[in-house]
Design a protein around this ligand. Structure first.
Ligand SMILES: NC(=O)c1ccc[n+]([C@@H]2O[C@H](COP(=O)([O-])OP(=O)(O)OC[C@H]3O[C@@H](n4cnc5c(N)ncnc54)[C@H](OP(=O)(O)O)[C@@H]3O)[C@@H](O)[C@H]2O)c1
Length: 242
């Protein structure tokens, strides 16, 4: 049975990753920020034919991540999806792409910016390190960092959304640099943007449903080879500019 770990699985794209992989018979380690917010995951677990383990794992909590890694020691992992992410609603309103955004750096919430780096950048880095041995023992193992079109440096010439943009751009650099470390261990590592998706983060006007985004991301994952390690893809399979 193939296995997958998904972070930030309580809602949105993460929840759909869980549903979709469970439907395909994966053993799913569905990790979530807090068990108190895991009602939708529990409902999926009740109806699923395959095994869904719901595990509390705040990606900013080093001790908790280590404890989960100790619990799963020796268990092979074929796929890790670093999906947990955050957009500060004070910055963005209801959706990352449509809410109000004040580009004046004098008004920025720098503590909020730091919190975002802890979740969107240090979280995936910590999780990659904690589960690298599980992945190395997996079958055609893949680690995915969830990128964003907002993290693409080349096409960006627009003030604002600094915290989210910089956190995800730095995550791309993690994919690039830790990618080599992963590749030496036989693990493919990529960044993939799910596209603008109708979740609490993306807001109701987003183009794609979570089902469409996850289907696209999974198609990209299915076609990856080791030579793709360190690359950045869109959910439709197109290469994304750094
Ligand atoms: N939606 C889009 O249009 C879009 C576009 C590009 C990229 N993305 C990326 O895709 C990923 C999923 O986005 P989404 O739209 O599904 O977002 P979402 O609906 O806001 O869900 C985010 C998930 O991350 C979890 N999370 C937040 N902080 C966490 C922490 N410290 N530890 C563990 N989990 C944490 C949340 O759990 P709680 O609710 O319990 O806090 C929630 O389950 C994110 O990385 C996002 O940046 C989304």
């Amino acid at each position: 049975m193939r296995s997958v770990m998904i972070t930030g699985a309580s809602r949105g794209i993460g929840l759909e990753f869980v549903r979709s992989h469970a439907a395909d018979g994966y053993r799913v380690y569905a990790t979530c920020h807090s068990l108190a917010n895991a009602d939708r995951l529990k409902a999926l677990q009740d109806g699923a034919k395959s095994n869904i383990d719901i595990i509390e794992m705040d990606v900013t909590n080093g001790e908790q991540v280590k404890a989960v890694a100790a619990r799963l020691k020796g268990k092979p992992l074929d796929l890790l999806i670093n999906n947990a992410g955050w957009v500060e609603p004070v910055f963005y309103g209801s959706g990352a792409y449509e809410g109000k955004d004040d580009p004046d750096l004098r008004n920025y919430d720098f503590d909020g910016w730091l919190d975002m780096l802890k979740i969107n950048l240090l979280g995936p880095a910590r999780v990659c390190g904690a589960f690298v041995d599980n992945l190395a023992a997996g079958e055609r193992p893949v680690a995915v960092n969830m990128g964003s079109t907002l993290s693409s440096i080349g096409p960006t010439w627009q003030a604002g959304r600094y915290a989210y943009r910089t956190s995800k751009a730095a995550l791309n650099m993690l994919t690039r640099s830790a990618g080599e470390w992963f590749q030496k261990r036989g693990i493919i590592m990529v960044s993939i943007s799910p596209g603008w998706t109708r979740t609490e983060m993306g807001g109701p006007k987003a183009k794609n449903s979570p089902e469409e985004s996850v289907k696209g991301v999974r198609n990209v994952i299915a076609g990856l080879t080791m030579a793709d390690t360190g690359k950045f893809f869109n959910f439709d399979g197109q290469s994304m500019p750094w």
